[in-house]
Write a protein that binds this ligand. Structure first.
Ligand SMILES: [Zn+2]
Length: 282
């Protein structure tokens, strides 16, 4: 059976959003991820509508989809003092991504540092509520599972589902499943992929899944270390990634690699290789 998979990679916006979409296309991608603004800062960026709309138009014409990734300092669990700035930054990311025609903005679950866990979860829900209050766009907040390198939080599907359920606007929230993080967190043992698929089914996690971060892992299963490796060059391996990706619940999702670029400066070869897993679908 052939199927047209939506495979792509993270791309730079150095030449603008429209340029990012075009260069993704040139590398054979059907989708891509980008940083809506400086990835190292929460400083708000005015929306460049001309550029963003040229990205949206191009993607519509080409049948491409995209997601944005929020800046690294974003922490949904931040305390009261920082929350306003956090929500404003997330709202800014949503506005840019919406203008670019993207499906959502990916945000890490958040980390608690020295916080009481219950306070941390409460902060996350509050920050999500503040961000999404009055948000009318189609662009969703996509919560990503964590590797466990910051602490225990955000490693399990149960937590992600619960946070979505307890927030005020669950319909504006989706998930982004990172394969490296799931493997490193020990929630996906490639020898028992069916177990993960069943758990996601039982929790109704997959129904809210919008995107997959397809990464191999430099470190072993359960290591709780977040270091991506090229597809088939890490401890997960291509057969296991392929098995997971070509199963029912992940089949029609947007798949983005966050791996090193190939020698030609693009992800062309990796995209072609992953596309091959789907039995020649173009
Ligand atoms: Zn990721």
């Amino acid at each position: 059976m052939t199927h047209s998979p939506c495979i792509g990679a993270h791309v730079s916006i150095r030449g603008g959003y429209g340029r990012a979409a075009r260069s993704a296309r040139e590398s054979g991608a059907a989708c891509f991820q980008y940083f809506p603004k400086n990835p190292r800062s929460l400083k708000l960026k005015p929306v460049d509508y001309r550029d963003a709309l040229s990205c949206a138009d191009y993607c519509r014409d080409q049948g491409m989809s995209s997601i944005a990734h929020t800046p690294y300092p974003t922490n949904l669990a931040a305390g009261t003092r920082e929350r306003e700035g956090m929500a404003a930054s997330l709202r800014n990311d949503l506005e840019i991504a919406e203008a670019c025609g993207s499906l959502g903005i990916v945000v890490h679950f958040g980390h608690f540092a020295r916080m009481e866990p219950l306070q941390g979860y409460q902060n996350i829900i509050q920050c999500i509520n503040d961000t999404l209050a009055g948000w009318e766009g189609r662009c969703k907040l996509l919560i990503e599972n964590m590797a466990g390198n910051h602490g225990q939080e955000g490693m399990t599907l149960e937590e992600l589902v619960k946070v979505r359920e307890l927030s005020r606007y669950p319909e504006r929230i989706g998930f982004c499943f990172d394969t490296c993080h799931a493997f490193a967190a020990g929630i996906w043992n490639p020898e028992q992929t069916d177990e993960l698929l069943e758990r996601g089914e039982r929790l109704a996690y997959w129904t809210a899944l919008a995107a997959v971060h397809l990464n191999d892992s430099l470190y072993p299963y359960g290591s709780r270390r977040d270091r991506h490796a090229g597809i088939g060059r890490g401890c997960i391996g291509a057969p296991a990634l392929s098995k997971l990706l070509t199963q029912g619940p992940l089949l029609h999702k947007l798949v983005v690699m966050e791996t090193e670029k190939g020698p030609d400066g693009t992800h062309r070869d990796e995209i072609a290789a992953v596309r091959g897993w789907f039995g020649g679908g173009a």
